[in-house]
Design a binder for this molecule. Structure first.
Ligand SMILES: Nc1ncnc2c1ncn2[C@@H]1O[C@H](COP(=O)(O)OP(=O)(O)OP(=O)(O)O)[C@@H](O)[C@H]1O
Ligand SMILES: [Mg+2]
Length: 683
């Protein structure tokens, strides 16, 4: 080792100036280190230098090395860069722990210098290391190596302590600035990636910063916005004053309606178009003049979706109202009017109508509604289904149809609609039982007023109308069937009543007479009385049997089984006076004719027994030119009067029901003749 010299104080000063010059140019990490090492090493005459930084892993790492011209440093620098030192370890570790410069006069003999091998090969013999110190203490170290002994001096160590402080502070500042730059870059990236517009405005209402979404949404370049009045840029003119007043009030009073409360307002794009926005404004807590950050979202889609949802809800409510009306079985007329109104209002029409198609290309207007002040199509009259109106299209196709302009549509109906001021219409068919029944039509005085899909919306109402009609039809069918059932019941009751009267009475009247005769003969001729009683018993049995048959809706067995001739013979036999049966019908007649003839004779003979006081009677039955004539005559007192009882009237009804005629001839004292003429084409 040769020439050990202490450094000249001017060298130390030069070193401090050189470092100051480097730092004055602005420290960019880690590029500043090699220049610092060169400034220090060069000024103080060292051969090699290394800069170290403490890291988050509690270890020191080499961040730069330097070698004076002509010094072969590669193996030593490589070994240095590969090392990590903890506190107290190696030269930088010792400086880190003590916080003071450390000098190694002889690298070869130092016990705590792990790079002794590479140092020897590089010809290095001594070293000094001083800490770089920042606000948070030791943040690194600078090592200087020389191939010749360099004596230490107080001045050198002080200079190093001073350089360490300068460098440490500069490095710390540079690291903080760098972190800030990175932070800002990160923030911009986040803001630019946001879907919402983020706009920062100062207390004068001038734009400070905007993100990419703002550029996209409002149609301005960021440069064109920054520094300009925010209200002029994105607030529609009618709201600008309100906006400015709000900002002023907030700055004066600290009271603001908008701050931290999202509200829906309108925004204006660069092209002047206005659109709905949701705005939330916050005030970042920073020192200095106030700043406001607005988060703005274009809510056009949401508004549309809301409007669609509202329209859907309105439609459902209208459908529900009509459905309730349909279910309540109101009169179809009332439902027609209600549907017309609901559909008309729902689709924003000026008029709505319901028509029923009629034969011969016509339709009847069965229901209608029109907005106040709008002409209405009259309900009631028939209208021609000519030309090419919406209702005619439905008639032709059986499907929903629309006409966006009646301007050039030919035909009387189109002319009539034009005359009323209507310009367009949409219609849907009402199908009943798979058949086109009518149509629901909405019209407007504005051309092209109806949206695509309105046909489908009317169709739902048309289906409800069809349902109402089907209900009404079903109700009418049910009522008619009920009427028929009641009618049939009445008829049956009347039939039974008549048959009981006409059929059973004769036997019972005869029986009553027999009993009275028995009463008279009981004393004078007990034997005959006894015989008569026995006969009366048999008659009673038969009367009961007949009653049962009539109650079951059947005619007397003799009539059903054997026909009119034998049945009349039986009646004659039962009569209390002699009855002659003239004429004869051997063949069977239609059952209703046989029954009518039988009951005419039975009632006539009953009346004879009850009123005529006749000595005899005569039955005559004959066929005459497609008719059967039944005649019962007695030689009694006459004077029969149909208005005094129900028997003769009932017989007339019975005969007339078959298209026949009943005649009564009964002059006082001249006997009574009853003649029934019954049509009888077959049998
Ligand atoms: N053959 C007859 N000879 C005399 N008078 C008769 C004769 N037939 C009916 N009349 C009189 O005519 C009236 C009407 O007869 P009708 O058969 O219509 O009623 P009714 O016999 O009195 O009552 P019902 O037949 O309902 O039991 C009788 O009340 C009776 O006075
Ligand atoms: Mg009678």
């Amino acid at each position: 080792m040769v020439g050990v010299q202490s450094r000249d104080p001017s060298d130390l000063l030069e070193a401090e100036h050189a470092v100051a010059r480097v730092l004055a140019q602005g420290a960019v990490l880690p590029r500043v280190y090699p220049r610092l090492l060169e400034a220090i090493g060069g000024a103080l005459g060292w051969d090699l230098a290394a800069a170290w930084e403490t890291g988050p892993d509690d270890a020191m790492a080499c961040v730069a090395t330097w070698a004076a011209d002509g010094v072969e440093d590669e193996p030593f620098a490589t070994a240095t860069r590969a090392l990590r030192f903890s506190r107290g370890e190696g030269l930088p570790g010792r400086v880190w722990r003590s916080g003071r410069p450390v000098r190694i006069p002889d690298l070869a003999t130092d016990a705590n210098f792990p790079r002794a091998g590479p140092a020897r090969r590089a010809g290095l013999c001594c070293a000094v290391c001083f800490p770089t110190r920042g606000a948070r203490g030791v943040i690194g170290a600078i090592e200087l190596f020389a191939r010749r002994p360099i004596p230490s001096s107080r001045a050198l160590l002080e200079t190093m302590a001073s350089l360490g402080r300068q460098i440490g502070q500069a490095v710390e500042r540079a690291a903080a600035e760098q972190a800030l730059v990175e932070n800002i870059a990160r923030k911009s990236a986040i803001l630019d990636a946001a879907f919402d517009c983020v706009i920062t405005m100062d207390g004068d209402g001038l734009v400070v910063e905007v993100n990419k979404a703002t550029e996209r949404t409002f149609g301005y370049r960021a440069e064109a916005m920054v520094g300009r009045d925010l209200a002029d840029l994105i607030v529609p003119p009618h709201m600008r004053e309100l906006h400015r007043r709000g900002v002023r009030r907030y700055l004066e009073t600290g009271q603001g309606r908008m701050l931290d409360h999202p509200v829906e307002l309108e925004g204006q794009r660069a092209d002047g178009s206005v659109f709905p926005v949701e705005i939330a404004i916050t005030q970042p807590e920073i020192d200095g003049p106030p700043l406001f950050t607005g988060f703005i979202r274009d809510v056009t889609d949401r508004r549309l979706a809301d409007a669609e949802l509202r329209a859907l809800a309105a439609e459902q409510a209208a459908l529900r109202r009509v459905a309730t009306l349909v279910a309540s079985e109101r009169d179809p007329q009332e439902i027609f009017s209600a549907v017309a109104e609901e559909v008309g209002r729902l689709l924003g029409a000026h008029s709505a109508n319901m028509i029923r198609y009629e034969p011969g290309n016509q339709a009847t207007v069965v229901g209608g509604w029109s907005r106040k002040g709008t002409p209405a199509v009259e309900v009631g009259p028939r209208v021609p289904m000519d030309g090419d109106t919406a209702s005619v299209r439905v008639l032709r196709s059986g499907r929903p149809a629309r006409v966006d302009s009646y301007d050039d549509v030919p035909g009387a109906l189109a002319a009539q609609l034009r005359g009323l001021g209507f310009r367009c219409a949409v219609a849907a068919p009402i199908m009943l039982g798979g058949r086109l029944w009518g149509a629901v039509i909405v019209s407007s005085v504005r051309p092209g007023a109806f949206a695509a899909g309105d046909e489908v919306r009317i169709s739902s109402f048309a289906e409800l109308v069809a349902q109402a009609l089907a209900n009404a039809e079903a109700r009418e069918l049910l009522a008619a069937s009920r009427r028929r059932i009641v009618q049939a019941g009445d008829e049956e009751r009347r039939r039974l009543e008549r048959n009981l009267h006409d059929g059973a009475q004769q036997r019972l009247v005869a029986l009553a007479l027999t009993v009275r005769m028995v009463e008279r003969k009981l004393q004078s001729d007990p034997e005959t009385a006894c015989r008569m009683l026995a006969h009366a018993g048999t008659e009673l049995d038969q009367a009961l049997a007949e009653l049962r048959e009539i109650a079951r809706g059947l005619h007397p067995a003799v009539l059903t089984d054997r026909g009119l001739g034998p049945a009349l013979d039986a009646l004659a036999t039962r009569a209390p006076i002699p009855v002659d049966v003239a004429g004869a019908i051997d063949t069977r007649l239609p059952a209703p004719v046989e029954a009518a003839a039988y009951y005419v004779v039975a009632e006539a003979l009953t009346n004879v027994a009850k009123y005529a006081r006749a000595s005899e009677a005569r039955i005559d039955v004959r066929r005459d030119d497609g008719r059967v004539v039944v005649e019962v005559a007695d030689d009694g007192v006459g004077g029969a009067d149909a208005s005094r009882g129900s028997g003769l009237r009932g017989l007339a009804d019975r005969v007339e029901a078959l298209g026949g005629r009943l005649e009564v001839s009964s002059p006082a004292g001249g006997g009574t003749t009853l003649r029934a003429t019954l049509p009888c084409l077959s049998g």
